[in-house]
Write a protein that binds this ligand. Structure first.
Ligand code: PGA
Length: 251
């Protein structure tokens, strides 16, 4: 089974010229990573040109967000259908930076449904903002998860990818411990199985937040995850190349 890596470029790089250079370096690194399936999530404005010029099969594209409605008076928004038309096969939904800007669990529910209806794979991002010893984070994660997938039919649940991203670790260099990820992966899986039964075993779970060269291998070994969402390291060609190599070697 291939590892899944999502390169979440966020609002980077600053120009399309730099985006092309970064994509070329990423493509080159992927040439040596046959066991990795890469999904690049560039700023939407770069998506069509990058995807139109890419003829390979190893890299797919995602948008970092899109609206659940197909068209209409939504100034500044893009629809999932438009993202699909521009080359996206995946969509990140409910990233913590979108949630911080006002996206609700109910928005994620509508986006997950709309994405599946358009044959676009939803990558539902969930994760608590902070962690306290009370264990409250499990309730937060359960609510984000259960609301996000609420309208997904049992026949489609295996298509949904869940990305657990502890918000308190995003953007830094230190991940949560693989043991804690392992516990969270079991919790997420049990929660899905509680609703959908055995088919829940098929749902892919990713880890995101501060994934880098130092922690990827141990997280793969011990974290019980199928792959990663990589933010800042994915926009540094040298570091991302090193990271892909580590993930490849861990297979
Ligand atoms: P990071 O971001 O790798 O920079 O922590 C991950 C994410 O926000 O998806």
């Amino acid at each position: 089974m291939k590892s899944i890596v999502v390169a979440n470029w966020k609002m980077n790089p600053a120009s399309f010229k730099e985006a092309k250079i970064l994509f070329e370096a990423t493509k080159k690194a992927m040439g040596k990573s046959p066991s990795v399936s890469l999904i690049v999530a560039p700023p939407a404005i770069y998506l069509r040109a990058l995807s139109a010029n890419y003829k390979g099969k190893k890299i797919s594209f995602a948008v970092q967000n899109a609206h659940f409605e197909s068209n209409g008076a939504r100034t500044g928004e893009i629809s999932i259908a438009q993202a699909r038309d521009a080359g996206a096969d995946y969509i990140l939904i409910g990233h913590s930076e979108r949630r911080a800007a006002g996206e609700t669990n109910d928005d994620t529910r509508q986006k997950v449904s709309a994405a599946l209806a358009l044959n676009t794979i939803p990558i539902l991002c969930i994760g608590e903002a902070e962690r306290a010893s009370s264990g409250e984070h499990f309730n937060i994660v359960a609510e984000q998860l259960l609301t996000g997938i609420k309208d997904v039919a049992p026949a489609k649940i295996s298509k949904v990818i869940i990305a657990y991203e502890p918000v308190w670790a995003i953007g830094g260099e230190i991940t949560m411990s693989p043991r804690d990820m392992h516990t969270m992966a079991i919790f997420i899986r049990k929660t899905i199985i509680g609703v959908y039964g055995d088919v829940g075993h098929k749902v892919k779970i990713l880890y995101g937040a501060a994934v880098g060269e130092k922690n990827a291998a141990v997280m793969m070994k011990e974290g019980d995850v199928r792959g990663f969402i990589v933010g800042h390291v994915s926009t540094n060609a040298e570091r991302f190349t090193a990271l892909l190599k580590i993930i490849q070697n861990e297979k």
